[in-house]
Design a protein around this ligand. Sequence first.
Ligand code: AMP
Length: 226
Amino acid sequence: MADSQAPRRPPRLILLGRQGSGKGTQASRLSSIYGVPHISTGDAFRAAVKAGSELGRSVEGYMDRGELVPDDLVVAVIRDHLFGAAGPEGFILDGFPRTVAQAEALSEMAGSRGIDVVIDLEVPTEEVLRRLSARRVCANCGANYNLVDNPPKVAGVCDVCGGGPLVQRDDDTEDAIRRRLELYESETAPLVEWYRDRGLLVAVDAAGPPDEVTGRVVTALNAALN
Ligand code: AMP
């Protein structure tokens, strides 16, 4: 990124978009480009389930059914990660907020510094379904792949940690995917208007290869941040 385009301070970004819109992939790239941590509530919950912690035991059933974890649990995780004493100044949120109640809690936690930009990744339904069935994650480090658009360099081996195996997520079954997409429409899609009303929303066409989408997102972000 050219210096003239660098944001003045570590940005606070939110990525909205349905399951399969590429939030995880784009958030991890934006995290390197802008030098801010990528915070995914889904990744945090999967790590807690894997570790067998109390949080993991509380959220596992909701996740397996494709249901939303209750707002108070999710907000507590974000409060700990981002708004404790050692919280980062900037961040990129992937998968949070997912309800208006979560957005209201975030707005209160973010205080007068607020949130800088909310990017809505727009992808047609057929492409979302195709991407979800081809999605794989590294069982070792959680890196995301798509067997069609974004495969690992060596089949079955994670580019990031060199391990694996690359597996389907437990909640990428047909029933859970259908439930998650329904919940997105009823609970999360209203956030697009919520953030548009607050002058924070930037919609980006997120169909097509990941590199092209990253280019469009960075152009939109730099315009909005400067
Ligand atoms: P994700 O990886 O973002 O698709 O999240 C996987 C699952 O974690 C979701 O289907 C929910 O069960 C749970 N989850 C993640 N983030 C949230 C959130 N902000 N609110 C409620 N549930 C969440």
